[in-house]
Ligand binder design. Sequence first.
Ligand SMILES: Nc1ncnc2c1ncn2[C@@H]1O[C@H](COP(=O)(O)OP(=O)(O)OP(=O)(O)O)[C@@H](O)[C@H]1O
Ligand SMILES: [Mg+2]
Length: 167
Amino acid sequence: MPTAPPESQPLTLQWRTESDTARFAAQLAALPALANAFVALRGDLGAGKTTLVRHLLRALGVTGRIKSPTYAVVEPYTTGKHSIWHFDFYRFSDPREWEDAGFRDIFTSPGLKLAEWPQNAQKCLPDADLEIDIQVEDDENRRVTMRAATPKGHTLLSALALACMNT
Ligand SMILES: Nc1ncnc2c1ncn2[C@@H]1O[C@H](COP(=O)(O)OP(=O)(O)OP(=O)(O)O)[C@@H](O)[C@H]1O
Ligand SMILES: [Mg+2]
């Protein structure tokens, strides 16, 4: 059972199966403040970052194919309500690409930005509103630590703590 974090305290959750990950994604998708947030996703290779994003995009109403953006760096999505950019900076190393590919413009535009491997672009990226760190425990079991760094992030984190306590 998670406990509600005071301001600035991380929220720690346990996802025992991928269904827990999907349930969390649905809770996150339901929060209005997500629409224009920047969410950074941390965790080792295979931790479950893309899997969380897939469940989140489905919960937000994305119906088409959802590709991992490892090669393209970013995949854009739109729904009736949302503009969404899914970044994977695993292969990102040249800050010139930040300007040339128009990533700066994306981060100053409204919409939801999700980024895997943010540490590879940390000199370019703004502070994430919410940081989700996924650690593999065993099999499908994941220990997840969430931190907020902005007022929007705190709004999301408080709402998530409440939602998770009620499930
Ligand atoms: N509770 C869980 N949450 C998320 N994924 C899970 C869970 N349990 C098992 N998995 C599996 O773990 C794998 C996670 O792979 P995924 O591509 O999402 O990792 P990733 O963190 O994006 O890795 P990479 O850094 O290579 O992009 C998937 O095969 C997924 O089905
Ligand atoms: Mg991935």
